[in-house]
Design a protein around this ligand. Structure first.
Ligand code: F6R
Length: 616
């Protein structure tokens, strides 16, 4: 969740680290800090709040050193204070460290170290490992081949239980950094006369597109012009240098007020990218290059299981609906966080999918590992090439939605919906979906970007509705069938960025309890597309109206509602059933975005949240 940047090279480290931390701020933004080698010692600056505060602080110090480490924090152990911010420095002043993850046995290690005279300035588990490295460093013989720091980190890790992505530096030695990973991503950026380590490529691409993804239990030793990787138990690793296929422009906001609105408007392109090269020549089905499972094997699947978290789970729920509708194969969805402990019985011919845009969500990763441990193949729908989930899955489908910075997922979500629809088509065409129905399906999918462009034209209308509804403190989102998960998603989006209490329900469930909430103070957003359930949804709206509940209705263009039933109407273009959830998502995103802006909320960095959740 937190962001890490380390730099070693010929340029000043601090401006690069600060710039990188700004790009990583979406991963955690409670506090930030840097530690830089300066005039033979390690100098530290830390500040609570945003990286901008740290920027001001470091400007005062004018650090010129060319080796340093930095961190932006999402608090786990200990409150948000300057002392708890990273980097931490050991009490003997010899070691500085930044750390992502959670050290489970820090209490016993702290007790041991206290007995050895080490002291602690913070409440964090990270400071404990920093001091443990210092303890081993002190015992390690000084060597000419600079293995002292590396070996003390290695020894420390053999005593540590938990997860970490860490970068460590030692006093008086500005020619090396040591970095190690277990359960928390770290990437090396291989530059010319400089090397970088970061928890996310967005902090690296300003300087180089050549990267090495560290694996769990690996330690890297980095100098300005070299690096080597070994495992914690000393096996050597031959690194593979990958090229990142996006550049710094993807991580910039351009003319937009927020990343979220930029990414909402990038959806047509993201959808096009998700489809590129993925339709059969006869135009009647989908094809995927990286499933690593034969068509025959796929045909033999009798049940699909989808696991994810948050927004990703809503995409899974839509996929469940579409696969069952078009392919008639049973699908089950579960929260990854529940599945990992639930020990659910799975049928023999089950194919397991996880969806994770970041590819780093720890609960989803744990669900993947649990399914693999039980002997199932696991495929991943994922947006980040080289992410942990992508690497641990047996195969999968990359979303190619482009870098998503806004904490509230938008384009990554609709691209998951599209891939879910393509899967339904692929599986359907292996079974009873006819050639003609397949061709119609493909044509509908190909038309999605244009439908989304049409939906985006409603932005100013939705902004006006948002102004009218921004003062409410409760809201309900109601939808049926494939739009029930979109109602859940609408509610999630609104609560996470505007802090309005919102809930999603199937419309017909209202009368089984939630209707008790209805009053003039609780508006309902109805997803009411044309179709066989339209009249029933209209009846549900009448029940709300009869109790003075304000109604925002999202209806298909050309549909007419009874006079006075809705306080506001948003139209969506008429479309194929498989595409409807994507089209209906657009007004949900715009509504929550404009309401949050109207309420003065920090849309891209909502309170308490972080982009990828790498702690349990
Ligand atoms: C909400 C949101 C989260 C994520 C969830 C899983 O807008 O983005 O609910 O969907 O944390 O994240 P990924 O998809 O990265 O595994």
């Amino acid at each position: 969740m937190c962001g890490i940047v380390g730099y070693i090279g010929k340029q000043k480290a601090t401006p690069f680290i600060i710039e990188g931390l700004k790009r990583l701020e979406y991963r955690g933004y409670d506090s930030a800090g840097v530690a830089v080698h300066q005039d033979g010692s390690i100098r530290v600056a830390k500040k609570t709040g945003r990286v901008a505060n740290l920027d001001k602080e470091t400007a005062r110090h004018n650090f010129t050193g060319t080796c340093g480490i930095g961190h932006t924090r999402w608090a786990t152990h200990g409150g948000v204070t300057d002392a708890n911010a990273h980097p931490h420095v050991s009490s003997d002043g010899k070691i500085a460290l930044v750390h992502n993850g959670v050290i489970e046995n820090y209490v016993s290690i702290k007790k041991f170290l206290t007995g050895k005279g080490y002291t602690f300035a913070s409440e964090t588990d990270s400071e404990v490992i920093c001091n443990l490295i210092a303890y081993h460093y002190d015992k390690e013989p000084e060597t000419a081949d600079s293995s002292r720091l590396l070996e003390s980190v290695r020894k420390t890790l053999s005593h540590v239980e938990g997860t970490y992505g860490m970068v460590v530096t030692s006093e008086g030695n500005s020619e090396e950094l040591v970095t190690a990973r277990k359960g928390s991503p770290l990437i090396l950026g291989i530059g010319k006369d400089e090397n970088i380590v970061a928890s996310d490529v967005s902090a690296i691409v300003a300087r180089t597109q050549n990267v090495v993804y560290l694996n769990d239990n690996e330690i890297a030793h980095i100098t300005p012009d070299n690096f080597s990787i070994t495992t914690v138990d000393q096996s050597s690793i031959t690194p593979v240098i990958d090229t990142v296929d996006w550049s710094i422009e993807n991580a910039e906001m351009g003319d937009h007020a927020h990343f979220m609105i930029k990414e909402i408007f990038e959806q047509p392109e993201a959808l096009e990218n998700a489809m590129r090269g993925r339709f059969s020549e006869d135009g009647s089905t989908a094809q995927f290059g990286g499933l690593n499972i034969s068509a025959n094997e796929f045909r033999g699947v009798e049940r699909f299981m989808f696991c994810s978290c948050g927004t990703g789970l809503h995409a899974c729920m839509v996929t469940e609906h579409l696969i069952e509708m078009f392919a008639h194969v049973p699908v089950e969805c579960d929260y990854a966080s529940e599945f990992r402990y639930r020990n659910t019985p799975l049928f023999r011919n089950t194919l397991f999918f996880v969806m994770s845009q970041s590819g780093e969500t720890i609960d989803t990763l744990a669900a993947l590992r649990e399914a693999k441990r039980k002997g199932y193949k696991v495929l991943a729908v994922n947006n980040v090439v080289g992410s942990t989930i992508a690497r641990e899955a047996d195969g999968g489908i990359y979303q190619h939605a482009g870098h998503e910075v806004g904490v509230a997922s938008t384009k990554a979500f609709t691209s998951q919906l599209l891939i879910g629809a393509m899967l339904a088509l692929y599986i359907g065409r292996m079974r009873d979906l006819s050639y003609g129905a397949g061709v119609d399906f493909v044509n509908a999918l190909k038309g999605t970007p244009e439908l989304v462009r049409t939906g985006l034209k409603q932005a100013s209308h939705i902004q006006a509705i948002a102004k009218r509804f921004a003062h409410y403190e409760d809201m309900l989102f109601l939808g049926r069938m494939s739009l029930f998960p979109i109602a859940l998603e609408g509610a999630l989006k609104l609560k996470e960025i505007s802090y309005i209490h919102a809930e999603g329900y199937p419309s017909a469930e209202m009368k089984h309890g939630p209707i008790a909430l209805i009053s003039e103070k609780c508006p309902s957003v109805f997803l009411a597309p044309k179709g066989e359930l339209f009249n029933k949804t209209v009846s549900s709206m009448q029940e709300i109206k009869a109790r003075k509940g304000p109604v925002i209705a999202v209806i298909t263009e050309g549909t007419v509602l009874p006079e006075g039933l809705a306080d506001e109407i948003i139209t969506i273009p008429d479309c194929h059933e498989a595409v409807l959830p994507i089209v209906a998502s657009i007004p949900m995103q715009l509504l929550s975005y404009y309401i949050a802006v109207e309420r003065g909320c920090d849309v891209d960095k909502p309170r308490n949240l972080a982009k990828s959740v790498t702690v349990e």
